[in-house]
Design a protein around this ligand. Structure first.
Ligand code: HEM
Length: 230
């Protein structure tokens, strides 16, 4: 008897359109470039980072413009996803049972409450990024002397430097949490690179979303990559 190995295609569910992914990666690249160029200007010991941007003068010139790109790019993400990031009662339950998620036992969690497209942790990251980007762009404009020197006083500019630096440090921490979570929950990165996730991933981490995608169908239903993604 000969045994042959059969290739079984996993069931996949669409999670992001091509447009959403391009929008996301422009935002992500902008934030990384902003962090590097901002850190280069933040402290003399990090000045060597200006080499990545063609020297000190060019870094100083390009940093605010990348900020403008990030602002508009994030604006696009915000309007795509805001509807799915409103807080619900199930998010409070998720937060109260955070321990089970951190121990990687989401399935126990699902017995309590099923999760929609985003869990409470993702929603907190979303809203933190939204607020911090507003703070960064507004404090950044106050300091952008090349165009707005006459509009604000020296005291206001000094205060803006403080707020801008603090917000930058917090957003870098939020970004680290976001990337760590994306890598830690296996199969998540593929959502933003290829646009889809496996049925198993959706069932385990975002069961309510999966049910909604299946049009209220029950767990046994199969669906292969034709569902609408945001
Ligand atoms: C550079 C490293 C980054 C990686 C590897 C990464 C990865 C991901 C992945 C895998 C998802 C999909 C999560 C899911 O569908 O469950 C996602 C969603 C998202 N990412 Fe990122 N990301 C990065 C940077 C950023 C930055 C810099 C921002 C914004 C400043 C951002 C904003 C978002 C938003 C708004 C979502 C949708 C989630 C929601 O609305 O709650 N990402 N990211």
């Amino acid at each position: 008897m000969r045994l042959t190995r059969q290739k079984i295609e996993p069931i996949t569910v669409d999670r992001y359109t091509g447009g959403a992914r391009i929008n996301h990666w422009i935002t992500a690249i902008s934030l990384v470039l902003l962090a590097l160029s901002g850190l280069a200007l933040f402290h003399p010991s990090l000045f060597f980072l200006t080499d990545l941007f063609g020297g000190g003068q060019f870094t100083r010139m390009i940093h605010p413009w990348i900020g403008v790109v990030l602002f508009f790019s994030f604006f696009g993400l915000f309007f795509r996803f805001v509807r799915l990031n409103f807080w619900t009662r199930s998010d409070t339950i998720w937060m109260l049972n955070l321990g089970t998620v951190l121990e990687n036992h989401d399935e126990e969690h699902d017995e309590l409450v099923e999760i929609g497209k985003y869990n409470a942790g993702q929603k907190i990251v979303f809203w933190s990024m939204s607020v911090l980007i507003i703070v960064l762009i507004s404090s950044g404009l106050v300091m952008w002397d090349q165009y707005f020197y006459d509009f604000t006083s020296i005291e206001q500019k000094r205060f803006a430097v403080l707020v801008h630096s603090a917000a930058a440090i917090v957003i870098i921490c939020v970004w680290i949490v976001h990337v760590y979570a994306a890598i830690w929950v296996r199969g998540t990165i593929r959502a933003m690179t290829r646009g889809y996730v496996t049925g198993g991933w959706a069932w385990r981490h975002h069961r309510k979303w999966l049910r909604d995608m299946l049009g209220g169908g029950k767990s046994g239903d199969h669906h292969t990559g034709t569902t609408p993604a945001a």
